[in-house]
Design a protein around this ligand. Sequence first.
Ligand code: ADP
Ligand code: MG
Length: 383
Amino acid sequence: MATLELRNVNKTYGSGLPDTLKDIELKIDSGEFLILVGPSGCGKSTLMNCIAGLEQISGGAILVDDADISGMSPKDRDIAMVFQSYALYPTMSVRDNIAFGLKIRKLPAAAIDEEVARVSRLLQIEHLLARKPGQLSGGQQRVAMGRALARRPRIYLFDEPLSNLDAKLRVEMRTEIKLMHQRLKTTTVYVTHDQIEAMTLGDKVAVMKDGVIQQFGTPQQIYNDPANLFVASFIGSPPMNFIPLRLQRREGRLLALLDSGQARCELPLGISEAGLEERDVILGIRPEQISLAPTTANGLPTIRAEVRITEPTGPDLLVFVTLNQTKVCCRLSPDMPAQVGDSLNLQFDPARVLLFDAVSGERLGTVGSSRNATGNVAQFKGR
Ligand code: ADP
Ligand code: MG
């Protein structure tokens, strides 16, 4: 177990090429599980390779337990990595694949047997030890993980380990990885481009785009209090609704005016910041923050809107309406008998509405962030 800290880490693959990693600052405690999430090509694998020592950083420092490891060779770092493309040796049995790294390190045979038994028990692949990787189908990734786990390193790095698996196995493995981490409590960095994995697996989440950490915080902070439009749009399924508009000012207070075509509604934003009404802004509201208005008014702003499309997902009914000429998704109870063409009275909780600058994507005002004023936004570098 170890702490991991990245200080101002930069990486470029050559002069003339754009920087792949820009001023990365991250710190996780011993035993924590960090998720690194971002779209394809944003630099996730590069960062993992830098931590593992497979790539040299161009600037900054990587510290494990407060000691700089940036100059160390990969084998001296005591960090194990599971890659996306699991490179198993096809002619070796599962047992030999798992034991491979231990044999190289010349562990005694009895210790190797003991370690293989421990790891295969952990991953529930004891019955597969005699097989070749080709005879495993979905079990291959478990073996690849087994090979990494057969060491007890200070840190595990997982680079999209589940992305080659089918959906069902991926969900199963996700739970197993979480259980495994609860048992082993080894500091882990786990890369994914899947925002569900990001929300479900990690103690901390770092959202990355174009080599820049957009936000670093707990899954709840990232979800409830996104630093910018990119983070808000990347995390959440179905995604947050974004309604472009101009705010109005009345008696010093700012309002968002919503129009469904059949009705209008004023959303008081509880902020009075000067000049905001002169900017193009984007109102962000998650589908589950729009609900059906109760028959007796409860004081929340309400609007009548026509149902355009319905999508029953099982646990929810997604209902799409149009507000300010923008398609807006509402996540309602599946017991709701909403049909296309029906008009529904919808209501919003203005305290949950977020505001972004339409040009920079930056979060504006204090709307929505009052619940969470502890400054979780470790770094913000625009969109
Ligand atoms: P991700 O894992 O998030 O999909 P990568 O870290 O693989 O992203 O790649 C980030 C960027 O760095 C990409 O633009 C990619 O083309 C570039 N890159 C990755 N490896 C190399 C390399 N060895 N040489 C030059 N550019 C590279
Ligand atoms: Mg990658």
